[in-house]
Design a protein around this ligand. Structure first.
Ligand code: TYM
Length: 335
């Protein structure tokens, strides 16, 4: 991998192990991770340090970490092609995050919409970690000198602050960090709730019918799509005010590769019932092999451990170089 680093672009991204992975996570991010690993040097992390910004039950959290690791492999991340590590196993992330905290302003962190949303949602636990979450995320990315960061649209603001922090640090100390670009897919970047299509699909949604997860059975997926909220026009077309149908078209297009034009043509004269069934079936078929592979991976804990141990070591070594460089520039005496 290190030899190839010279030539190929570096891709970094991460996902939190905060529950079952959703169709939104898959279409907005992970699907692109699998495509990018064929072309670039890809480094992916399970961002488990970020997850405790919201209180976790220890036993469930432990289970979620391994479940998420197995699920990502099942989505097609190949441990031979990509470096897929566990963030808490690599010491440099928390270290660089501390440094970056001292180069990030209170005002800019206060403007983060995710902080505002999450502090409203967890009003009894507005902890300092939730506030400084973006500096840890910036550390994740900057440690690997990433060129590109494939994420869903909800992470765009965090990418912008990452770029600002990198530019500020570079402005003081010279060229320490690569300034990364967000890679946001045209389709699937913002999969919406099936029950309220003005809201993002999220695993923490109280309405179970709002969110499809990778581990839902085919029957459950079909049921959720059949109940999806639409409108009364009964014409499958993409337009303002038709958020429910727009969302279903976006999902269908992301899963099948069909253009909106083609979808509108195919469903000309057909009702929403037919369309919802077709979208549901396409999602069932896209997720079926993932669920099957997940069963295989989660049953083989030794293999999972082998994969993350190897990846953790590579990530530690790679990121240590950047951390050392940054610390030296600041004036620290390295060990
Ligand atoms: P997380 O764990 O919430 O989500 C993982 C990825 O899934 C995308 N995503 C969506 N995409 C489309 N539609 C949706 N409804 C949807 N919901 C989630 C997210 O945009 C993300 O790409 N802070 C990050 C994890 C992280 C990270 C990083 C990402 C930590 N360090 C460094 C990139 C680089 C997060 O909580 O993602």
């Amino acid at each position: 991998m290190e030899q190839q680093t010279e030539k190929k672009k570096i891709v970094f991204s991460a996902i939190q192990p905060s529950g079952t992975i959703t169709l939104g996570n898959y279409l907005g991010a992970i699907k692109n991770w699998t495509v990018m690993q064929e072309e670039y040097n890809c480094i992916y992390a399970l961002a488990d340090l970020h997850t405790i910004t919201v209180r976790q039950t220890p036993a469930t959290f432990r289970k979620n970490i391994l479940d998420a690791y197995a699920s990502i492999l099942a989505c097609g991340i190949d441990a031979e092609k990509s470096v897929f590590f566990i963030q808490s196993h690599v010491t440099t992330h928390a270290q660089l995050a501390w440094l970056l905290n001292c180069y990030t302003q209170f005002g800019e962190l206060s403007r983060m919409t995710q902080f505002k949303d999450k502090s409203a949602k967890h009003a009894d636990n507005v902890n300092a970690g939730l506030f400084t979450y973006p500096t840890l995320m910036a550390a994740d990315i900057l440690l690997y000198q990433a060129d590109m960061v494939p994420v869903g649209a909800d992470q765009k603001q965090h990418l912008e602050i990452t770029r600002n922090i990198a530019e500020r640090f570079n402005g003081i100390y010279g060229n320490v960090f690569k300034v990364p670009e967000a890679y946001i897919p045209k389709n699937g970047a913002r999969v919406m709730s099936l029950q309220d299509p003005t809201k993002k699909m999220s695993k923490s949604d109280e309405n179970v019918n709002a969110c499809v997860t990778l581990m839902d059975s085919p029957e459950t997926i079909m049921k959720k799509f059949k109940r999806a909220v639409t409108d009364s026009e009964a014409i499958v077309r993409y337009a303002d005010g038709k958020e429910g149908i727009n969302n279903l078209m976006g999902i269908y297009s992301a899963v099948t590769g069909l253009s909106f034009e083609q979808i509108e043509k195919d469903f000309d004269g057909k009702g929403y019932g037919d369309f919802k069934t077709t979208v549901g079936e396409a999602v069932v078929e896209a997720l079926r092999p993932i669920r099957e592979r997940y069963e295989k991976y989660i049953a083989d804990k030794a293999y999972l451990q082998e994969c993350y141990t190897k990846a953790d070591e590579i990530a530690q070594k790679f990121s240590q170089r950047t951390l050392d460089k940054a610390m030296k520039k600041v004036g620290y005496v390295l060990k």
